[in-house]
Each structure stands twice: as C-alpha cells, then as structure tokens.
Design a protein around this ligand. Structure first.
Ligand SMILES: [Mg+2]
Length: 291
C-alpha cells in the first residue's frame, strides 16, 4: 500500500490481482525494411478526461536498480583484477572504487584508471582490461527493471498517459540504460542533463517536460527516489510528487545536498503503488476538482 503523506484518506490498497496480468503484450507491429517512425501515440486517443494526464519518471533507482547493477559490476571487475594480481581484498578494492565514485561522480568513466594509479602506482593494462571486460559483463547481466516496472508502464500506455523521463544522467548513458532495459520506445519524451543543462532540484527539466508534453503541472505526477532532488525539484515545478522509497540508495554514495529533505505527497514501496496514487488523484475528490 502506498502511503499518502499530504492529505486524503489512507487505506487505498491494490492487490496485484487488480491491475491486470504481468507480461501483457503490447500491440504488435510487423515491418520489413526501413520505415518512417510512427508518430508517438498516433494510434491512441490522447485526450483522456481525467485529472492526471502525464507521469514523469526519474530513471536511475526509480525504473531500474542502478546501484545494484553498479555494485554487481564493480564486484565482478574487482574479482577479475584480483585474478590477475591486484594485491587487495575484494572489500578493500570495492571501498576504494566507491570512494572514487563519490569524489568524481557516479558516472565517471575512468574510475579504474584512477583506482590502479592509486593502488599499484600505474595503469596496469592487464588489470585494466580484466576490470573493464568483467565490469561490462556484470552490468549487462544485472541492469534490469524494478519489479512491476514494465507492467506499470504498459498499463499507463494503454490508459493513454503521456510518459516522460527526466534524468540528471548524461544523455548517452541514460539512453544506454533505457535501451538495455528495453524501454527505448516507451516514453514520449526523454530529457537528460544534455537537454536540460541543470540538475534537480532545479525545476527546469520538469518545466521543459511539461511544456513539450502540453500538460499543466497540476495535471502531472513525478516519481523519483531522491527527496532532495526529485521530490524537491518536482515540488518546485508544481507537480504532484511520489517518493520511490524502494529505490532510495543514493544516500550511501552521494554527498548529501545541504537542505532539508522535502516530504513528498505520496510514498511508494513498490512501483505498482503508483497506480493507486493515480487512481486517488483521478478520483472524485482530486485536488483540481472544481465544485
Ligand atoms: Mg534516481
């Protein structure tokens, strides 16, 4: 059950049985050879008479367990480097690598180079190759959507919601992850740092998304795992906010932003609960109802 924080009746519940079968297939299109990309949403009537029209997702640790994939990849890389002579334990090496991520940013691309310079005094190419190859293998195997993510996204698409991703990740990295997750066709709009030029909690990315989707803030919801960024940023943009508590892992790795965490309108401990939030916001007593 999701938790409603701001107002409204608690006790909305949704068993998995009530939301359709997992793995429901999407409409099938068969095409041979190159063809024009269809207009997004062309086959679905988009103007649905309900309060909430759009859902904006954070990507990392909201749709996919990015930190778990990162940890698995690093463990695989460390084991492979130890195998070719790295003189550290798995724990020591892992701790040092995450310290570099904390210092340089979680997307830093030359972490193993820095790590090897620090630990063996030079970039040992044999160790670097072992680390990089195993890192990539580990990542491929462990970057998966959260439970219920594909089910919820399919459901929202069928119901005609406009869907966007607003991510602070660099554009290419975000698209690599979306593609690896099989979500490259799911969203009407994907905005990354490359497009927005700002990080949350700056509302610029959310405001850009609303404008491009043609949706007012009060008719949109954001869901994200980081209170100081996704929730505060969403609040700054005037959106309804859902805290993806199931994915909140960043506090282990990231420097805390020096601000009080913003309390969300709703809390989700499973992505499925987003559907309950939408039902609530679209219900007879929704916040924008004029009576
Ligand atoms: Mg996130």
């Amino acid at each position: 059950m999701f938790s409603k924080i701001a107002a409204g009746p608690p006790g909305i519940n949704r068993g998995t049985a009530g939301v359709g079968s997992p793995g429901t297939s999407q409409g099938k299109q068969v095409s041979i050879g190159p063809r024009e990309q269809p207009m997004k949403g062309a086959a679905v009537p988009q103007q649905v008479d309900r309060h909430i029209q759009a859902v904006i997702f954070d990507l990392d640790n909201t749709l996919t367990d990015f930190m778990k994939a990162k940890e698995n990849s690093i463990t695989a890389a460390v084991d492979a480097m130890i195998d070719v002579g790295l003189p550290l334990s798995r724990e020591e090496a892992t701790e040092k690598i995450f310290a570099i991520y904390k210092d340089k940013g979680i997307e830093h691309q030359r972490v193993f180079n820095i790590f090897l310079e620090q630990t063996v005094g030079r970039v040992d190419h044999r160790m670097l190759a072992a680390g990089v190859v195993s890192y990539r293998r580990g990542r491929e195997g462990s970057l998966v959507p959260y439970p219920h993510a594909k089910m919820v996204l399919n459901r929202l698409l069928k119901e005609g919601y406009k869907l966007a991703v607003v991510s602070d990740a660099p554009g290419f990295e975000a698209w690599l992850r979306l593609t690896a997750l099989g979500l490259q066709h799911t969203f009407d709009l994907v905005l990354t740092f490359d497009e927005t030029g700002s990080h949350k909690p700056d509302p610029a990315g959310f405001l850009m998304a609303l404008e491009r989707l043609g949706v007012e803030a009060e008719n949109a919801v954001v869901i994200g795992d980081w209170k100081e960024r996704d929730i505060l940023g969403g609040r700054n943009a005037g959106l309804h906010t859902v805290y993806a508590r199931y994915g909140d892992q960043y506090s282990k790795y990231a420097d805390k932003i020096e601000s009080e965490p913003t309390e969300p309108d709703f809390v989700a401990d499973d992505l499925l609960q987003l559907l309950d939030v939408l039902d609530h916001l679209n219900g007879p007593d929704h916040p924008g109802k004029e009576t």
